[in-house]
Design a protein around this ligand. Structure first.
Ligand SMILES: Nc1ncnc2c1ncn2[C@@H]1O[C@H](COP(=O)(O)OP(=O)(O)OP(=O)(O)O)[C@@H](O)[C@H]1O
Length: 235
């Protein structure tokens, strides 16, 4: 289980997260949603020790996460991949393996996401969607219990999107905790067990997708999300 207790983070005068309490005690697909700049990435980076919270703790399996020693136990897909541009995808994966050890599922993932045709081309020459596939394989190469995926579907074509969804459903069945930020409402509706709605630096809502729809009186997920965002703007 993962638990955030009183997590707060400001950048200068800007309060991004303010006393966030959030607890996930079941594996599954947990969708972290909220407007642009609401702190979703900051929350993920706090989990990884890439951002140092001003206050509060993150616990994973009862252990408070400190420093970055536990990072190998988490799969993290960053929203914007920063690659060594002169390397090929294969060289990039080898570089990761030099740090983290041999991956026994890299080849299967490469095949699954159709990387073979461009595995030996320079990363700088790849399209946005191809780069995202490389980003995904690099993030999922190790079989960790916790997955933090920041906008994983960006740029993916329909085949890759389906492959990613199938993969995540398999991971879910294997008891993984999958925390995903997304602005794609149909992904939330289709995949999420839990919706975590961040607004104004706080956890505004935690519950099932249908509970979010019910609480807003909207049938469609996109309308439910839009309604919360719009009502919030008028406050
Ligand atoms: N290192 C930083 N220094 C200063 N401000 C930052 C830093 N990182 C994030 N911020 C600010 O914190 C706020 C939250 O950013 P964050 O990336 O967490 O939002 P988000 O919810 O992931 O947004 P999006 O949906 O656009 O990806 C933004 O206003 C951003 O400009």
């Amino acid at each position: 289980m993962i638990r955030y207790t009183g997590l707060s983070k400001s950048f200068g005068h800007q309060v991004v997260l303010e006393d966030v309490h959030l607890s996930l005690d079941q594996p599954g697909f947990h969708a972290l949603i909220g407007p642009n700049g609401s702190g979703k990435t900051t929350l993920m980076k706090s989990t990884l020790g890439l951002v140092k919270p001003d206050r509060g703790t993150v616990e994973w399996d009862g252990e408070v996460l400190k420093g970055d020693l536990y990072r190998n136990r988490i799969a993290y897909l960053p929203q914007i991949a920063r690659f060594p541009e002169n390397l090929s995808p294969n060289e990039f994966f080898q570089l990761i393996e030099q740090v983290r050890g041999i991956s026994d599922r890299k080849d299967a993932l490469k095949q699954r996401f159709g990387l073979e045709p461009f595995s030996n081309k320079a990363l700088r020459s790849l399209s946005g969607g191809m780069r995202q596939k490389v980003n995904i394989v690099g993030a999922l190469m190790y079989d960790t219990q916790l997955l933090l995926l920041d906008e994983p579907t960006i740029g993916l074509d329909p085949v890759a999107l389906r492959n990613l969804k199938d993969f995540l459903l398999e991971e879910k069945r294997r008891g993984k905790y999958i925390l995903v930020t997304t602005h794609i409402s149909h992904l939330v509706k289709e995949m999420a067990d839990t919706v975590l709605f961040i607004l104004d630096g706080r956890l505004y809502f935690q519950g099932t997708p249908s509970a979010l729809c019910e609480s807003t009186g909207e049938e469609k997920m996109e309308n439910a999300i839009a309604q919360v965002l719009e009502s919030h703007h008028h406050v």
